[in-house]
Write a protein that binds this ligand. Sequence first.
Ligand code: GAL
Length: 401
Amino acid sequence: MRPRLYAALLLALLSPLATSQNQPAVPPAATPPMGWNSWNWFAEKVTDKDVRQAADLLVSSGMRDAGYVYVNIDDTWEGTRDAKGVLHANEKFPDMKALADYVHSKGLKLGIYSSPGLKTCARFEGSEGHEQQDADLYASWGIDFLKYDLCSLHKEMGVMAPGDKLKQNVIMRDAYMKMHLAIVKAGRPMVYSICQYGHDSSWEWAAEVGGNMWRTTADIDSTFFRIAQIGREQAGLAQYAGTGHWNDPDMLELGNGKLTADENRSHMGLWAMLAAPLAGNNLTQLSPNVLAVLTNREIIAIDQDRLGRQAERIYAKGPIEIWSRPLADGTVALAIFNFGEDESFLRGFSLHLAASGAANGWNARDVWAGKDLGPINDNYKFTLKRHASLIFTLSRGQAHN
Ligand code: GAL
């Protein structure tokens, strides 16, 4: 069954429940969720104090006002279950409800992490067999976002259905659906973020099991090599994303490693073109360059465009690629990347304006430079340094209206 039809049926089935429990008319994640996530910087060391500090920094840096509102605690917050099966946070998180209240008092939202298996990837307690109990617990704390990471279920599927990939896939989907239904029943809207590394073409089924976003890839790291590799792998996935359900090429790495200014722009620009959820970076040492890139309003507007159409690749030759996406106001965003190790003089290169939905003579704006360039043609001349990129927004000129 097609994902949208399935989702519509599911919604119809659940709607009496949804209405009675104040589910919002607009689904969570109407645009790609933006915020912060603890994993890429703090990993297993994250504490209540770090999360409060992240909330404070989102506000003081201006990132909240640029749209970064989710403060997501990743793995390693989990403690043990009591005799009734109720999960308690471990000693690093003394009072989750108080933490949620603090985060909410800053105008932000709180996210949490679990697994459909018995154990999370860092071998903490998963939700298997306790889905409703956990969803109710999250709702009682005031949680707004759940990242649900396959982890130990992967092995368990192999044990439950040895050698039978199809059956394993059904077990996995059922497990994700179970938590989705538990969240709906718990009655508090939460963004449902499916983390399954893109196995079994997650983009084809994750929306069917209630996913608002789903990882399309194994973990990112802070090297430009890995960032470019993941970004380029997203070609062909645009058709699966849209309002309320997004491909997730994993979290941002700006400020986590040693990316150059060009690499920061290319990472952020590509993720914005991909309508990717934006979160993940280290906030404790925000350089002016990283902050400027993260909070560039025009780039964020591309990521958050209400049409919700992820970019598709329209040209690829060697290290040079062009990606484009239509925007709600009738303009087109066009991005040209040089993923190669050398400066490219782009001799004989064409911008491929027609393939992007624009045309010769449309007006171009250089988004990173914040500059209107006037009418542009396919033979526009420029060079791109190693790992650099350009993003244009293109609009029909007056004469063509
Ligand atoms: C991985 C996941 C990471 C992080 C980690 C926590 O499976 O891809 O993003 O959540 O688990 O243990």
